[in-house]
Design a protein around this ligand. Structure first.
Ligand code: ATP
Length: 340
């Protein structure tokens, strides 16, 4: 087991503040995602947990114990550096054994641990095959087994599946989630893919330029973003953020005091045919949903509607939103309290 806590941690590289006064706690057995654009400080957090970097100020605690003077080898956290891709010249079994053999673990322990992990992943029957003879999904399960065969208190993964194609990525993250829950281990997972973070994490931190902008469950962050930054980072299509003086376009009569910008998720924007200020400029059918682009007063808003609505490009529509589903932000982009 392992909980991980950062208290006011700052890390600089020369003039760059890679992590700026970060405080957060990752609870034991959590699947915790660090999510943010490139260079926002995600990998720096992993390196600080591992002990490959030391904070300039602040403290890091694993299971409540300060680790400032604990060497990386003694921290009992394992980094999955490699991409979840297999060594092609080794059998599936040798791939899974590899991290333990590399660490010169006694053979009896290797066997026991490999048996335990391969059973959990249901891959016992394919261990004799080389990767080339496995299906894509089987290969990924073998790769996950190899990643998890060590038995530390926490695993750290840095964008481990970004190189895979979309379908395999989806399958792999579901599998990772299942295994993490079964094994009851803390997993700290870096991703730049919001869908991935939203779908697997039970806690996540959204970063911007070394600052943690918000922490919570994916659902909390999606429903109650504390800023336009977080609101815009989560959800696809992206949330519509329009100036407060456009409230009339979406039929919002009363804005809360101080509301300079309004956020409306595409699924909450109602599109009413039969004339209005909006003009449909694009229709994108996606199967279960259709995304509409609607131009109004020089802005383009996105609406996500169920199914295939009977609408044409060029049609004039009016727009509305349930005020309870609108987000309100001040001029600096911070959420107003009414939003909470
Ligand atoms: N060893 C280092 N020396 C100098 N600067 C560094 C070092 N490691 C990180 N940085 C800088 O710290 C900042 C944060 O980098 P970090 O790698 O943590 O970001 P990241 O969010 O993981 O990015 P990516 O998604 O691109 O991997 C960046 O500006 C980066 O250039």
């Amino acid at each position: 087991m392992a909980s991980i806590r950062f208290q006011n941690v700052t890390k600089r590289f020369g003039d760059i503040v890679a992590l700026d006064d970060a405080s957060f706690e990752i609870r034991d057995n959590a699947f915790f995602c660090l999510f943010g654009p490139p260079l926002s400080g995600k990998s720096t957090i992993l390196k600080l947990i591992l002990g490959l970097e030391t904070p300039d100020t602040g403290g890091i605690f694993i299971d409540g114990q300060p680790v400032a003077h604990v060497s990386p080898a003694k921290r009992n956290v394992a980094m999955v550096f490699q991409n979840l891709a297999l060594f092609p010249h080794m059998s599936a079994l040798d791939n899974v054994r590899f991290p333990l053999v590399e660490r010169k673990i006694p053979e009896a322990q290797i066997r026991a641990r490999v048996a335990q992990v391969t059973e959990k992943l249901h891959i016992g029957h394919i261990l004799g095959k080389p990767p080339a003879q496995l299906s894509g999904g089987e290969r990924q399960r073998v790769a996950i087994a190899r990643a998890l065969v060590r038995d530390p208190a926490a695993y750290l993964m840095d964008d481990p599946i970004s190189a895979l194609d979309a379908r395999l990525r989806e399958e792999t993250r579901v599998e990772l989630r299942r295994i993490q829950q079964e094994m009851q281990k803390t997993l700290v997972y870096v991703t730049h893919d919001q869908e991935e973070a939203m779908s697997v994490a039970d806690g996540m931190a959204v970063l911007e330029s070394g600052r943690i902008r918000q922490i919570g469950t994916p659902e909390d962050l999606y429903r109650q973003p504390n800023s336009t930054y977080v609101a815009e980072m989560l959800g696809a299509p992206r949330i519509n953020v329009i100036p407060g003086d456009m409230a009339g376009v979406i039929a919002l009569p009363n804005l809360p005091a101080g509301a300079a910008r309004i956020g409306i998720r595409p699924e909450n924007l109602r599109v009413n045919p039969g004339g209005g200020e909006g003009t449909i400029s694009e229709i994108e059918p996606l199967g279960a949903f259709t995304t509409l682009s609607i131009d109004a007063r020089g802005q383009t808003l996105k609406a996500s509607l169920r199914g295939q609505p009977d609408l044409q490009t060029g049609a004039h529509v009016s727009l509305s939103v349930d005020p309870a589903r609108a987000h309100f932000f001040d001029a600096a982009g911070n959420a107003l309290a009414v939003d909470a």
